[in-house]
Design a protein around this ligand. Structure first.
Ligand SMILES: [Zn+2]
Length: 285
């Protein structure tokens, strides 16, 4: 029986990274998120799987590991998304029944039953670090070897070109989580997409991510001096950030731009009103 997945890369102590479109972590039978390919885990004893958040690309083979005996843990707020990935699609469409056009592969996933919540989770191999903002229950994991798996809480600088408007339900929380990542004593930071970086290198990536958030916020504050509808604000941010024009990008932008609008509204920086049955936003005077 192999002790670790065959393609795992050693980072520190007993902590390994299993590279993929989504990077997984492996420490002594504990798996952190999953890559899309089940082959590396064939014959490897996995008794626990922890999932950073309820997006299907982070638990693609969760059901396979669970069928082979792993217990699955996720935060309470994201558990329903793992057990029923269709909820993500419903949420994106304001809970109304979406047409088939919305159920693209991007939002589809294989459901995986959840056995325990991260709120009750104790394990000497890794500690749960709450990093909300990308989703409500998003968590990172710090292994006993000083390796911090950050899920989608941190985007590496090189990733911004392909993802100029990373999905976020609450950019204010994303910023707070980024500051938390900076403060954590660790040796390595492993984002779910990209490659491992040292803690020192991570600071630069955190600063870049924070600067991008501030830039998007400032764009809205500047442009909303002339009132805009929600749809206009989504189109404006999408254009300025250089998003590709397709339904998947649009629906992800809908949530993220609303996240920014809600955050600015909460802080009293912008106002919301309804006019001619449309929702409008403008910078507060
Ligand atoms: Zn995600």
């Amino acid at each position: 029986m192999p002790a670790t997945p065959y393609n795992a890369q050693h980072l520190a102590g007993d902590t390994w990274v299993v590279p993929g479109l989504t990077n997984a972590g492996f420490i002594d039978g504990l798996v952190i998120d999953t890559c899309e390919d089940e082959a590396p885990f064939a014959g490897v004893a996995v008794e626990r799987l922890v999932i950073t958040h309820g997006h299907a690309d982070h638990f693609a083979i969760g059901h396979v590991l669970r069928d082979a005996g792993a217990r699955v843990a996720v935060a309470r707020d994201d558990a329903a998304l793992v057990e029923n990935p269709d909820i993500n699609i419903r949420g994106m469409f304001s809970w109304a029944k979406p047409g088939d056009f919305l159920t693209t592969k991007l939002f589809r996933g294989t459901p995986c039953p959840v056995d325990e919540y991260l709120e009750d989770f104790t394990d000497e191999r890794a500690e749960v670090i709450g990093l909300p903002g990308h989703t409500l229950g998003h968590c990172g994991f710090l292994t006993r070897d000083g390796v911090l798996f950050t899920g989608d809480a941190l985007y590496l600088t090189s990733l911004w070109e392909r993802h100029p408007l990373p999905y976020a339900i609450d950019p204010g929380q994303v910023a707070a989580s980024l500051r938390r990542i900076s403060e954590i004593e660790c040796e390595w930071v492993v984002p779910a997409h990209g490659y491992p970086v040292t803690r020192e290198e991570a600071h630069g990536h955190v600063e870049h991510h924070l600067a991008q958030l501030a830039e998007i916020e400032q764009l809205l504050l500047d442009e909303l001096r002339e009132a805009m509808t929600t749809e206009q604000a989504i189109a404006l941010v999408s254009q300025r950030r250089g998003l590709r024009e397709n339904p998947a990008s649009y629906w992800l932008a809908v949530t993220t731009v609303k996240g920014f609008l809600g955050d600015l509204l909460n802080r009293g920086a912008i106002e919301f009103y309804v006019h001619e049955h449309a929702g409008w936003w403008r910078t507060a005077k």
